[in-house]
Design a protein around this ligand. Structure first.
Ligand code: GLY
Length: 227
């Protein structure tokens, strides 16, 4: 029987749907990619994929990674024109000898592989950003917390999914629109192998969700697995 774990309550219906629809013959990689794709397509999830909150200038950018082992991983960051960064990350892993592609050239890579281009900023997210912009200066995004209230300025609820298939193969995937209202160009932990995601077939797998700068500071996923 397959086993899957995923972050946040929004993953629960996704895990149930993927378990029902893909069944026990699916590979671990297909399971985790499908979970991330479902979250990316869900406009009501405002921290992943289409519908994610944008940066301080109203630009929605996406990061994602997939991993099977230290020799088999792929990631993309700052995707601006494709709804499914997790599938671009998988293409990086399977079709190139590289690990990470970034920005407009990563979008161009997705175009070249026939992935459909689309607008990422959903209307509710644009409206939230316009409201945020009325009350804040873009430079405020330099601090993740409001020092007065201690509240976070934005969300960063990455979907991270780990699976073991019936052959005992482990895989992981994560996908995020990053921190809401981030400084344009900011990339968090999710597309950095060992930070937001790590899979070591001999030892285990981990994925992270939360404040990317804190996660990256201690290479969290790598550290957890190897410890
Ligand atoms: N954990 C996602 C991010 O901070 O970008």
């Amino acid at each position: 029987m397959n086993m899957m774990l995923s972050t946040w309550s929004f993953s629960e219906p996704i895990l149930n749907a993927v378990a029902t629809n893909l069944g026990d013959s699916a590979s671990a990689l297909d399971l985790v990619e499908t979970c991330a794709r479902m979250a990316e397509a869900d406009e009501s999830i405002d921290s992943v994929g289409y519908g994610g909150y944008p940066d301080a200038e109203g630009r929605c950018t996406l990061d994602a990674a997939v991993m099977l082992s230290p020799n088999q991983s792929g990631a993309v960051c700052a995707i601006e024109r494709h709804k499914h960064p997790v599938s671009i990350a998988r293409l990086v892993m399977e079709q190139t000898s590289h690990t990470l592609l970034a920005g407009p050239l990563a979008d161009a890579f997705a175009d070249a592989h026939g992935l459909e281009s689309s607008d990422l900023l959903a209307r509710p997210s644009k409206e939230k950003w316009l409201k945020w912009k009325e009350e804040h200066q873009p430079t405020e995004t330099l601090a993740p917390y409001d020092t007065g209230t201690g509240k976070l300025f934005g969300n960063h609820d990455t979907i991270g999914t780990l699976a073991i298939d019936t052959h005992g193969t482990m895989a992981g995937a994560c996908s995020t629109s990053g921190m809401a209202w981030k400084v344009p160009g900011r990339v968090g932990d999710s597309p950095i192998i060992g930070h937001g995601l790590y899979v070591d077939p001999k030892r285990g797998a981990a994925t992270a969700t939360g404040h990317g700068e804190l996660i990256s500071g201690i290479c969290s996923s790598f550290l957890v697995v190897e410890l």
